[in-house]
Design a protein around this ligand. Structure first.
Ligand code: IPM
Ligand code: MG
Length: 365
């Protein structure tokens, strides 16, 4: 009997995004029982939307997204659209979607899955059991600041962007980060460049003000250059990190690589009513698209996050996460997470088989 039903908009996107999505949807359908009804709608997004509709995101697609309980997004972009001007690229659609849904808090966990600590390029003792959560501000900062552009003055071209945050933007994302830190180890590190940039001096000031409501959480601050270095030097010193849009973009790629593969990492982007956009951290990987070798686990784990944060079904999230762990424990690997040590006993599987195995685990539990 159906107890709850949800509208989920699926935007598969380009490259491996489009390739992985159908397999992740199979896993999603296998993970729910009759008590949850998922009503799926599909729309073009990114490069494929440019090809069919002339823009990376149509107004209709944004409206559909705003009316959904959650949006699943594969990945967007590729060489075919790289030469378009910045404001017509697939990435522009992604930024428009994030901001159109007001998904200001981007949660990017960097978690080392036990059986994968050998896949990291760092020594396994540095990364085994790593569990960091990066909270990246997603709808402001230099990504969205105005004025922006490229202009010619006195025959000299000049490019400019504006790095701006107002205090309400900093306050709301830091509250999300403090709440999450409170549920985890109680440690939050805020990353800025307050020694150089006024905007991030304000960031630091506001984070400190919000801290007065969360005195049980231990707050520290790092400059972004030091944070990048500390992440590769001694990553386990971190638990929750909160930072602005661009620093978060960069640090989340660093943190992702610590875990062995970008292909494993999910993300959730939430607005103030916990509706959200769920996308893997990886991109479209055009070089491997269409070969059935891409790792579907980041998309599958993003779906788990959707059940936890937007659909209030943590038990479904956990069942998916457990199934993924079991498949990895059995030694099944896509190419990106094969151990560097050739003597390790692992079995190379394709995109479809990886999803089949996760479904097999879900059914047997
Ligand atoms: C990410 C990506 C995007 C970003 C790009 C594709 C616009 O790198 O989600 O991390 O910079 O936010
Ligand atoms: Mg990025």
């Amino acid at each position: 009997m159906t107890e709850s039903s949800f509208d989920v908009l699926v935007l598969s996107g380009d490259g491996i995004g489009a390739e992985i999505m159908p397999h992740a949807i199979r896993v999603m359908n296998a993970a729910v029982d009759d008590s949850i009804e998922l009503r799926l709608e599909y729309a073009d997004f990114g490069g494929c939307s440019i090809d069919r509709h002339g823009v990376p995101m149509t107004e209709e697609t944004l409206r559909q997204a705003q009316e959904s309980d959650a949006v699943l997004l594969g990945a967007v972009g590729g060489p075919k659209w790289d030469d378009l001007p910045v404001d017509q690229k697939p990435e522009k659609g992604l930024l428009g979607l994030r901001s159109g849904l007001d998904c200001f808090a981007n949660l990017r966990p960097a978690l080392t899955f036990g059986p994968l600590s050998e896949a990291s390029t760092l020594k396994s003792e540095l990364v085994s059991d790593l569990d960091i959560l990066i909270v990246r501000e997603l709808t402001g900062g230099v990504y969205f600041g105005e004025p922006r552009g490229i202009e010619t003055r006195d025959n000299l071209r000049r490019g400019f962007n504006t790095f701006v945050y107002d205090e309400s933007e900093i306050e709301r994302v830091s509250k999300v980060a403090f709440e999450l830190a409170r549920k985890r180890s109680g440690k939050l590190c805020s990353v800025d460049k307050a020694n150089v940039l006024e905007v991030t001096q304000l960031w630091r000031d506001v984070v400190c003000e919000v801290h007065s409501e969360y005195t049980d959480v231990e707050l520290s601050h790092l400059y972004v250059d030091n944070a990048a270095m500390q992440l590769v030097r001694q990553p386990k010193q971190f638990d929750v990190i909160v930072t602005g849009n661009m620093f978060g973009d960069i640090l989340s790629d660093v943190a992702a690589m610590l875990t062995g593969s970008l292909g494993m990492l999910p993300s959730a982007s939430l607005n103030s009513s916990n509706r959200g956009l769920y996308e893997p951290v990886h991109g479209t990987a055009p070089d491997i698209a269409g070969q059935n070798i891409a790792n579907p686990l980041a998309m599958i784990l993003s779906i788990a996050m959707m059940f936890r944060y937007s659909l209030d079904a943590a038990h479904v999230a956990e069942s998916i996460e457990v199934a993924v762990h079991r498949v990895l424990e059995q030694g099944l690997r896509t190419g990106d997470i094969m151990p560097l040590d050739p003597s390790a006993e692992c079995l190379l599987v394709g995109t479809d088989q990886m999803a089949d195995e996760v479904i097999g685990q879900l059914k047997s539990s």
